[in-house]
Design a protein around this ligand. Structure first.
Ligand SMILES: Cc1cc2nc3c(=O)[nH]c(=O)nc-3n(C[C@H](O)[C@H](O)[C@H](O)COP(=O)(O)OP(=O)(O)OC[C@H]3O[C@@H](n4cnc5c(N)ncnc54)[C@H](O)[C@@H]3O)c2cc1C
Length: 385
C-alpha cells in the first residue's frame, strides 16, 4: 500500500531515507547531550549535510532565501527524521535550520528587519507563547491581558510550557485584548523582546523527553503598538495557522516513529528465541506486528492525503486534527509494542526504544491532546448530521 507520490518525491524520499539510515541511525545514541541538544560536533556536521541535501531552511519561502518546499517534501523529511533519536528534543527544527513561524512574514518591512531577518540569519531566536497555567488545551481561556494605553500596550500575565524561552530573544505572544470576545476576535499577537523590563523567565520544567519548557511572567510590560502582529483580535487565527503546519509535522513524525519501531520489532522478533522458537513464530507477537503494520499504512495515507489536499489549497481543519491524532497515537502504540517485544533490553538506555517511547508519549499531549482533538472532530462530525 502506497500513497501515490511523484517520481521526484520518490527519489527525494530515497535520498532522505539513505541519509537517516547511514548517517543518523548508526550514531544516534551519541549525538545528543544530557539536555537533549545536539553536541556541537554533530550540530556542525548535520547543519552542513542539511544544506547539501537541500533541507536547510526548507520551510522558508524562496523570496526569503529558503527552499520554499512543497508540503509533501516536508512530510517526507519529517517522516524520515521521525525514524531516529539523533535529533534535539526541542524538535526537528534543530536539523532543518532556523524555525520561522508564519506570522513573521506578515510584518512590515521595518519590523521584518528587526525580527524576521535576524531569525532567518540565525542571529535571533523566537519562542511561541500561547499556553498558560490555566489555559493549555483550551487556549481560548487564556488570561494574559494586553491593555491599550495610548500608542502602547501594557501586558500582564503568565505563560507556561514555553519551549526555548530561556534562549529566545523575543516571544511571539498571544494575549487578550477584548475579554468579551475571547477566542472569537478578542486575542491578539505581539512580539515582545525578552529583555523588556517586566519580562521574567521563571520556572523550568524538566520533562521525560529532555526538553525544558519554561514559565514566563509578564509584569506591567510596556510595548509599542507597532509590536502587535496583524490587526487587534487576529491573534488566535494567526496562531492557529502556525499550529496547522505543526499538526502535519506531528502526523508525519508519528508515521516515522511507527515505521522505525516496526523495523526494530520485526528484526528482534526474528532473532530472539524463547522456549526454543523465535518470537516471530508467536501469535501474540505476530499480532503486534500486523496491527502496527496495518495502522502504519492507514496513518501514512492520511498524512500524505492531508498534505496533498492542503498543497492544493483544500485546507480542512478536521482532517488536520484526524491525521495528527491518529499518527501520534500510533507512534506511541508502536513504540510501546516495540518495547514489549524487546522485553528487558527495551527498557534500557542501550537501545533507542525507550527514548522513542518517551518522545512519542509526549506527542499525545503537545500541540493538542488527543481527547481535545477527538472533541473537535466529533463536533465537526455532528454538525454534518
Ligand atoms: C514539552 C512541552 C512543550 C510545550 N511547548 C509549548 C510552547 O512552545 N508554546 C506553547 O504555547 N505551549 C507549549 N506547550 C503546551 C502544550 O501545548 C499544552 O501542554 C497542551 O496543549 C495541553 O495543555 P495542558 O497541559 O494545560 O492540559 P489541559 O488542557 O489541562 O488538559 C489536561 C488533559 O485533560 C484532558 N482534556 C482537556 N480538555 C478536555 C476536553 N475538552 N475533553 C476531554 N478531555 C480533555 C486531556 O487528556 C488533556 O491531556 C508545551 C507543552 C509541553 C509539555
Amino acid at each position: 500500500m502506497e500513497y501515490p507520490l511523484s517520481e521526484e518525491h520518490i527519489l527525494f524520499r530515497e535520498t532522505m531515507k539513505r541519509f537517516v539510515d547511514e548517517e543518523m541511525i548508526p550514531v544516534e545514541m551519541e549525538t545528543c547531550n544530557e539536555d537533549g541538544e545536539l553536541k556541537p560536533e554533530w550540530k556542525e556536521k548535520y547543519d552542513k549535510r542539511a544544506q547539501e541535501l537541500g533541507i536547510w531552511k526548507m520551510e522558508v519561502p524562496e523570496e526569503y532565501g529558503g527552499v520554499g518546499a512543497d508540503l509533501i517534501s516536508l512530510c517526507i523529511v519529517w517522516e524520515q527524521l521521525g525514524r531516529t533519536i539523533a535529533i534535539p528534543s526541542r524538535g526537528l527544527g534543530g536539523i532543518m535550520g532556523p524555525q520561522v513561524r508564519a506570522p513573521l512574514y506578515e510584518l512590515s518591512p521595518e519590523m521584518q528587519e528587526r525580527y524576521l531577518f535576524p531569525v532567518l540569519n540565525g542571529k535571533k531566536e523566537a519562542c511561541f507563547a500561547q499556553s498558560e497555567p490555566d489555559a493549555g488545551g483550551d487556549p481560548g481561556g487564556m488570561r494574559t491581558a494586553a491593555i491599550r494605553d495610548g500608542d502602547h500596550y501594557i501586558i500582564n500575565g503568565t505563560k507556561r510550557w514555553i519551549t526555548g524561552a530561556s534562549e529566545a530573544d523575543f516571544a511571539q505572544l498571544l494575549a487578550v485584548t477584548d475579554k468579551e470576545k475571547g477566542s472569537r476576535g478578542g486575542i491578539s499577537m505581539f512580539l515582545v523582546d525578552m529583555d523588556t523590563p517586566g519580562v521574567k523567565v521563571t520556572t523550568h520544567y524538566d520533562t521525560m523527553m529532555g526538553d525544558k519548557p519554561t514559565e514566563i511572567v509578564f509584569d506591567n510590560v510596556r510595548i509599542p503598538v507597532e509590536q502587535r502582529i496583524g490587526e487587534e483580535g487576529q491573534g488566535f487565527s494567526l496562531g492557529q495557522r502556525f499550529l496547522a503546519n505543526g499538526r502535519l509535522k506531528h502526523g508525519a513524525r508519528g508515521v516515522g516513529t511507527a515505521q522505525r519501531c516496526l523495523d526494530l520489532m520485526c528484526d528482534y522478533a526474528k532473532q530472539r528465541e524463547t522456549f526454543g522458537e523465535p518470537l516471530a513464530n508467536r501469535q501474540a507477537v505476530q499480532w503486534m506486528i500486523t496491527d502496527t503494520y496495518v495502522e502504519l499504512q492507514a496513518a501514512r495515507l492520511m498524512v500524505y492525503n492531508v498534505a496533498n489536499r492542503a498543497a492544493e489549497g483544500m485546507v480542512d481543519r478536521t482532517d488536520g486534527f484526524i491525521q495528527k491524532m491518529y499518527a501520534d497515537e500510533l507512534g506511541f502504540r508502536a513504540a510501546d509494542r516495540c518495547l514489549q517485544v524487546h522485553g528487558g533490553i527495551g527498557l534500557t538506555t542501550d537501545l533507542p526504544i525507550e527514548k522513542l517511547w518517551r518522545q512519542s508519549r509526549s506527542f499525545r499531549i503537545t500541540e493538542g491532546p488527543t481527547e481535545i482533538m477527538k472533541m473537535v472532530i466529533a463536533r465537526n462530525i455532528l454538525r454534518e448530521y
